[in-house]
Design a protein around this ligand. Structure first.
Ligand SMILES: [Zn+2]
Ligand SMILES: [Zn+2]
Length: 258
């Protein structure tokens, strides 16, 4: 069976239990997944989940929606978790979200910088969430160029932003949005994107791909997204799976599949 990695899901927010989600994913070839932190409760969930499930890796960090809650003691908690648990392999999701503005812009920027510096200190890659904040995102990434790079997850920004990020070495995370009827701009980016810079993700439980719109998303939907992209690129599903797996292993320094 073709094997896949879901590089971005939220196992603590799914409809099913994490056990059910992991097993259902493995049944369709999604052998490994990264569950992503957004706030303090999810830091605790993620650090337990990576110990409980051999298939699960995790990231630690504060989402821009929750940036107001970030503090020095929470920064220390993130640092300690990342240093102690080798399956916590990235800082994220961190970044800027000017769409909802749940948190003031200045706070988002300060906490984004703070966590980029932490990624640099720990030599970990970044899982970045950037929405409607292209100029400030690029400005801050140029100020603090994290050597271990990262992924612009759930990429939906402009073609120009895609090109700039890829030139800086970054990866783009592509999810079910690519299947949406109104996502022609994203499809243009995905047709162009060098295959060695593409990562697959579900962002489940959000962003369910066509034809499952209206139902909650899950890691087991990766093959649906992958099939769509393989057709769009006119390559085999196997080639897409192998290359995107290799990319995830390279960026997140995951062990080779046994
Ligand atoms: Zn996100
Ligand atoms: Zn997310």
């Amino acid at each position: 069976m073709t094997s896949f990695i879901d590089t971005h899901c939220h196992l603590d927010k799914l409809d099913s239990t994490p056990e059910e989600a992991v097993n259902e994913a493995k049944d369709v070839g999604v052998q490994r997944m990264l569950t992503i932190s957004v706030d303090e409760p999810s830091l605790d969930f993620v650090s337990n989940a990576v110990q409980q499930f051999p298939e699960v890796y995790g990231s630690v960090g504060f989402h821009p929606h929750d940036a107001s809650a970030m503090s020095d003691s929470l920064e220390n908690k993130i640092r300690q978790l990342a240093q102690e648990e080798e399956k916590l392999i990235a800082i994220g999701e961190i970044g800027l979200d000017y769409h909802y503005l749940y948190c003031p812009v200045e706070v988002q920027q300060r906490v984004f910088r703070q966590q980029l510096m932490l990624a640099e200190e720990l030599n970990l890659p970044v899982v970045m969430h950037s929405r409607e904040a292209e100029a400030d995102t690029l400005k801050i990434l140029k100020e603090i160029p994290v050597k271990s790079l990262g992924v612009a997850h759930s990429f939906t920004s402009s073609f120009e932003m895609a090109r700039t990020l890829v030139e800086m070495g970054w990866y783009l995370g592509i999810n079910g949005i690519v299947t949406f009827k109104n996502a022609e701009d994203l499809r243009e980016v995905v047709r162009w994107l060098p295959l060695e810079k593409m990562l697959l993700e579900t962002d489940s439980p959000f962003l369910t791909p066509v034809p499952f719109r209206g139902k909650p998303n899950k890691p087991a939907h990766i093959p649906v997204i992958a099939n769509f992209i393989a057709e769009l690129r006119d390559i085999s599903l196997q080639e897409l799976a192998e290359q995107t797996n290799e990319n995830a292993q390279r960026l997140f320094k995951l062990p080779q599949e046994s």
